[in-house]
Design a protein. Sequence first.
Length: 358
Amino acid sequence: MASSSSNNGQRIVKSMQGISLIKVQGRTFRVATQSLDNNNRSVTKKTSSLETPLSSEINSDGEEKKVEGESTLYTEEFVTIHHPVHPKFRSLLLGKGGSTLKRLRIETGVRIDVTKGKDYALIKGPQDKLDNAKEAIDKIIQQAYDKARATHFLSLPVTTAYTTRKLEEFYQSILSSTFKCDGIDPSILVLPANIHITLGIFKLLHQTEIERAVKFLKEECPKIISEVMANQDRALSVHLRNLAIMQNKNPGQAHVLYIEPNEDNREDQPLKKLCHALIDKFVEAGLMTHVTLINTSHRSINSEDPNSKKRRPFDARPILKEYAHLDLGSVQIDKLHLMKMGRKGPGGTYVSEGCISI
């Protein structure tokens, strides 16, 4: 018996001659010993072996669990890349029970791993198949990105002591018991400290995207502002007056009420030129210059009323009839901000990612 065990051991040793087992990121690779340099690092060859289970399960973290697999020998050169994937979309690449990830592996013919907490997908396979894998991943992410809500907006604050006082008087009037306006409540009114001119909105889903936007704001926007304002003999200012509703021809079913910024006696319209110049540099998108006063997306949700989660319009007709020519006065514009969506600052104010002076 001892002799038999000794012979088996000798056969195993002989079968492993010239082969070294190398562990990389928790996985075991069989590599020809002669392909290792003095520092025990793998030297890329055209023929390489990769130990991978044929049968596996993918858990909720995107990690594989072996079931009853065996090693497969690949006779192609393998390349590993880290392809950017926002953590927000990680679950979409996995799919239910890892179904999407399995499908991607089969369709692309490469190894794809999505690890919890990482902002990339690990793609491993022949060079000629990597581009198809990246395109397949990007297609899924782009579809999700298109459905994602905007995260930031470029704004010109227009708050002064005078506008704050006039706006508070206006709010008190339309909230009074004697003013009949269906759908109006305090939660949908924009705080006086938050009123601004919106230049454009953005989807900055990753911290690196936010940092690039802030860098552009601080390094490139001053040049644009200088070009537009080069021949102006006075500071940039607007007159806030006249109410209007947005994207709805029926004022009885309004969602957004805003006050228009007017450039009195300025035929060259520097504000409009500046807005277009800035937005053209930031994104390929349209522009509507407005100052929002009432927005139903801010409406408070009643946890006991399932219908309260739906965006409910308000009847703007009484407001437009009584206050169509509301005048908040002239405001000098001196700051440009990149703001976060949502009122998350102190007292319900917006949070600025960065700003520059005008």
